[in-house]
Design a protein around this ligand. Sequence first.
Ligand code: ZN
Length: 247
Amino acid sequence: MRPIAGGLCAICGERLFSPYAVSDTAGEPRCGVCRRLAPSFARALAYGSYEGGLRELIHLLKYGGVRPAANVLGRMLAEVIAALEPDFSAAPVTVVPVPLFRARQRQRGFNQAELIARVALKCHAAEGRLHLAERVLERKRETQSQTGLTSHQRRENMRGAFAVAQPDAVRGQQVLVVDDVYTTGATVSECARILLRAGASKVWVATVARTLKVSAQHVEIEPHAVDSKFEEGVIAQPVSMAKAVGS
Ligand SMILES: [Zn+2]
């Protein structure tokens, strides 16, 4: 279980396989998805790729009911929050776990996002700036699987799935939405959208894991921007560097 390495989209954290991913005006790399339609959140960041040991650990918590797994996952989330921290202003940050539908939470006995967030905030106790607000958002209904849906359909699928139950808690506040996994981003985008509509000043997203696509198709290459030194691509770089050192 290692943090995601390499170039990432500055907005959604998707892995970028090319150093020539087109940058926005601020010079930050963006994936094709975020270039086409900027998400409602300011930035989403994850600790690791949703696969292997990390995926197993999340499944152990969610489906196996092994609550101590939240301690490990929470410490990972604390690292993500620390990485996002320079983006926050000096004002307090309201931490909002993505809620489960009532029936689902009753069945599971807990909301994994909330457990993980609690552990993460304990690691941040000295800061005292982040506070958990677990009842700000409410899930109004269960959402069907997002698999096989277009991004437009995913957004439609999410409409009305959440509501802001405590608008006073977010009005004018910086909000950090926390979840275990970022899959398509449709869930956290919808949360961010309604939080902003309720008056949140800015919304960030922190998750433990993220589904990373083979995102070559999302990376748009500008031929003019290609530096001939790096034409062999990312993978070839260490080799050519080793050659340079050896020569
Ligand atoms: Zn992106």
